[in-house]
Design a protein around this ligand. Structure first.
Ligand code: SAM
Length: 230
């Protein structure tokens, strides 16, 4: 697959969602001038859009390879915290009879703070940008629907697979979604997310499998695939 093409707005969001895309110069600017100017200004105007497009595409291709075995033959997907949706776009392109439901936030925090967010106040996305990204890459509207987390009007369908890459239990507590997930997961549903406490989820789900170990990130998280609430 060719590189995903991002415009400036999308590249800025991709960078805010995947801070590993920041080059050393940007990281230095963040340190010197603080989170506000970084979130508002440097992340938008001090970036090489082509380089971010290329690196973001590589990251998303790697994520796709990591979950490909689990998503093959699945149809009804839910993605919690997809960001601009690079991974989801690759799934939609590769598997033609899939449908995605997205739950995301519709704002970018003024001063993004990374790491654990107890009150789940941080947001780094715009839903119209997610919509634009999918449409401009040739995905028809019938193949996805987008829900704003803060409107609390969550879709009630049963999903075959639920993914939350570096969002649920990585930035905010699993509890925020646990009652909802109980309702929309059936026996066969697979839930994939990143966490630093995989052992904890063995008490919550009957099956927990570690599918990726991240030693490079500060949090040293693991990606787990879970099935069946206890
Ligand atoms: C670190 S980014 C990861 C984005 C994408 N999954 C990726 O791998 O590039 C985390 C995303 O979670 C979103 N988010 C934060 N709280 C959320 C919530 N309660 N529900 C859904 N999304 C949320 C943020 O807006 C952000 O886009």
């Amino acid at each position: 697959m060719n590189s995903l093409i991002l415009n400036r707005k999308l590249a800025q969001l991709a960078l805010l969602q995947r801070i590993e895309l920041a080059n050393p110069r940007l990281k230095k600017l963040r340190k010197l001038f603080g989170r506000y100017l970084f979130s508002k200004f440097f992340s938008k105007y001090f970036i090489n859009i082509d380089k971010i497009s290329e690196d973001y595409s590589k990251l998303m291709q790697n994520e796709f390879q990591n979950i490909i075995k689990l998503v093959k033959n699945k149809k009804n997907f839910l993605s919690i915290g997809a960001g601009i949706g690079g991974l989801e776009l690759i799934v939609l392109k590769n598997f033609s009879d899939t449908h995605f439901t997205f739950i995301e936030k519709n704002y970018v925090s003024k001063k993004i703070r990374y790491g654990w967010d107890n009150s789940n106040k941080e947001g780094y996305n715009y839903l119209n940008q997610l919509d634009f990204f999918l449409k401009s890459n040739g995905i028809f509207e019938e193949r996805y629907s987008i829900f704003d987390f803060d409107k609390k009007d969550f879709p009630t369908s049963n999903f075959d697979i639920i993914i939350s890459i570096y969002s649920l239990d990585y930035h905010y507590d699993f509890q925020i979604y646990s009652n909802y997930l109980k309702r929309v997961m059936k026996k066969e549903t697979i839930l994939i997310f990143d966490t630093i406490r995989p052992e904890y989820f063995k008490n919550i789900f009957e099956h927990v499998e570690i599918i990726k170990e991240d030693f490079k990130t500060v949090h040293k998280s693991k990606r787990i695939a879970c099935k069946i609430f206890r």
